[in-house]
Structure formats: C-alpha cells, structure tokens
Design a protein around this ligand. Structure first.
Ligand code: ASP
Ligand code: MG
Length: 221
C-alpha cells in the first residue's frame, strides 16, 4: 500500500465529463488500497475569467490601495469548485472522499498575495482523514496567509501545491496528470523534430520550466 498524490490540471477537469473520468482514475488507485490525495486546478479558463473580473474593477480605481488580498479571495474560488465537484463524483462511485481548502489543511504561506510562498503544511488532520480510507481532494493553488486570509501561489501554482503536499504528507509518489503525453525537448507544435523524453533530471526540467515550457510551474520543480 502506498501514499499517492495525483494532480489534475485545468484541462483534465474542464467539464463534468472530464471530472467523472478523473474520478474513475482516482477510484482505481483508491480501490487498490492506496491512500490517495488529489490536488485539482480550476476548470480550464475559469481562473482567467476570475482574473478578468478583478482587472475590470481595478481599472475603475482612481486612487485606491492594493487589492492583492481580495484578488486571492476571488481567483482561489475556481479550485474550491473543482474540489467539491470531484468529491461528489467520487462518492457517486462509492468512494469515500472530502474536499479540503488550503485554509482547512492548513497550507500556510507568507503574506505575498498573488505569488505567496509555502511556509509549512500541517498534515495532522489531513493524515487522520486519509488513514481512514477517505480520499482527500485538495484545492490547489491556495493557502492561508499569516493574517488568516486566503492566499494564492502564482499562476500555475497547483503543481507546487501537489509537490509540497507530497513532501509534507510523506507520499511515495506525486503523479502530475496533464493534457500532453510528456515532456519534449522543445514545443512539438513549433519544432516538429522535438523528441519526447523518457526521463528528465531536475536540473533540465528546471531549465525548461523557467524558459516557459509550461508543463510544470517552475517552483514545483
Ligand atoms: N488555476 C490556477 C491557474 O490557472 C492554478 C493552476 O491551474 O495551477 O493559474
Ligand atoms: Mg498547470
């Protein structure tokens, strides 16, 4: 029996049918007797939609102060929705599951709203719940700041949520599911001779991610 973190990005949870499909993949691991934590992104396009609301209102402001704390409150809501939806889809398959928001775990961050860094993850209650056979469906991308506000980890941050949770919880594996079939030497849509890599070292992945490869958020590497 292993402890597994499974992370699904926005395109993997883009609509209810894909969420049903994800629930099937998760159920398959849970039925093998593994302890499973799932980290989800917002449905594809949702975070951009929410950011759009913030930017629209922010443009009204003639002489307003910072809005980053409320930006986080708004944009973090996309992940809250998918965590709840996936929990329901799992329960419909007869799998015990519950959603966890960043503040509920809690996943503590610094106070740098909109690009917060993870300071610590308290896994006591989380661990107890998963030991009990309940799949933990975690809203990625979000945490709680030192002053008790919702914080977010920067765009693409749910990769970092997944990796950090895997470390804190002592997972055997962190599987990042995505909508492409692997990491290539270059973007195959632009460079036709790009090769898919079977293995990649951290240094190379870091290089690719920081040059904008988009497969993983740089901080998660
Ligand atoms: N939903 C957030 C974003 O679009 C975080 C993530 O998907 O990793 O940036
Ligand atoms: Mg991503």
């Amino acid at each position: 029996m292993a402890r597994i973190v499974m992370k699904f990005g926005g395109t993997s949870v883009a609509d209810l049918d894909r969420i049903r499909h994800v629930s099937e993949l998760v159920a398959c691991e849970a039925k093998k007797g593994h302890e499973v934590a799932v980290v989800v992104s917002a449905m594809s396009g949702e975070t951009n939609r929410l950011v759009g609301f913030v930017e629209d209102l922010a443009a009204d402001t003639q002489n307003g102060g910072a809005i980053d704390d409320e930006y986080d409150t708004i944009v973090a809501s996309g992940e809250q929705v998918t965590s709840g939806l996936l929990s329901i889809a799992l329960r419909r398959r007869g799998i015990k599951a519950r959603s966890w928001q960043g503040w509920q775990i809690p996943l503590q961050t610094d106070g740098a709203h909109a690009s917060a860094r993870i300071k610590g993850i308290e896994t006591l209650a989380f661990n107890r719940s998963l030991k009990d056979g309940t799949v933990g469906v975690v809203a990625g991308f979000q945490g709680i700041s030192p002053d008790g506000r919702v914080s977010t980890l920067g765009r693409g941050g749910s990769d970092t949520s997944a990796v950090a949770l895997a470390v804190a919880w002592g997972a055997d594996r962190c599987d990042i599911y995505t909508d492409v079939d692997g990491v290539y030497t270059a973007d195959p849509r632009i460079v036709p001779e790009a090769r898919r890599l079977d293995r990649i070292a951290f240094e190379e992945m870091l290089e690719l991610a920081s040059q904008g490869a988009k497969v993983l958020q740089t901080r998660s590497v």
